[in-house]
Design a protein around this ligand. Structure first.
Ligand SMILES: [Zn+2]
Length: 205
């Protein structure tokens, strides 16, 4: 269950306590004494933006998984792998726990989060209650900490820097797509306004 926001909010700059009041869409509350921002309301079209960002992320996700992340040339021997290919070779090399972890955090959970978010927002945009929307919204909130595309991208960049001494590295399409995916997933979940989605869902009941 969503916890209701506290009735009072303290200014982060000067500690003055304020009573929380509802804001118009896109509005923001400022401290009476020092003018620092206390909190803000999501703009009215927040979930439209979240949908556009989530759809872009879906496309990037497909490209990121369909093409090789990186091409390696070690003394004339060329090698390239997609993310799923990397998971498979980890599994074959008996590093099964790592294979499962990589699969879950970089493929399964981000895919579930993106598909779920897109599905719920698309249905709400049509003024409908998407099939399974309520459990999906709960699910999206609970799996979020397990989506680690950004950790993966940073990990790949660090390994590429280390590998640069022993191999010729050709960054693949998927590497750039993962970089974009990282930004678009973050932007979609920042734009997503769960309160608006929940009240829209209640209205379509
Ligand atoms: Zn203040």
């Amino acid at each position: 269950m969503e916890t209701p926001p506290a009735a009072f909010v303290a200014c982060l700059e000067c500690d003055l306590l304020h009573r929380r009041t509802p804001l118009p869409p896109g509005g923001e509350a400022r401290c009476k004494r020092c003018g620092a921002r206390l909190y803000r309301a999501a703009p009215a079209d927040a979930n439209e933006r979240a949908l556009a960002l989530a759809l872009t992320a879906c496309i990037l996700f497909i490209v990121a998984n369909a093409y090789p992340i990186v091409g390696l040339d070690v003394q004339g021997v060329r090698n390239s792998a997609t993310l799923f290919g990397a998971v498979e070779s980890l599994w074959d090399d008996e590093a099964r726990a790592v294979a499962v972890l990589v699969f879950v955090t970089t493929i399964l959970v981000p895919a579930a989060e993106l598909i779920g978010l897109t599905w719920v927002l698309l249905a709400l945009r049509q003024g409908e209650r998407g099939y399974g929307a309520v459990p999906l919204l709960h699910f999206i909130e609970s799996v979020k900490p397990w989506a680690m595309v950004e950790v993966f991208v940073l990990g790949v960049l660090v390994s590429l820097v280390k590998l640069a001494h022993i191999a010729i590295i050709e960054p693949g399409v998927a590497l750039f797509s993962f970089g974009g995916l990282m930004l678009f997933i973050a932007a979609a979940s920042a734009a997503f306004d769960p309160d608006a989605a929940w009240s829209q869902l209640e209205a379509t009941q």
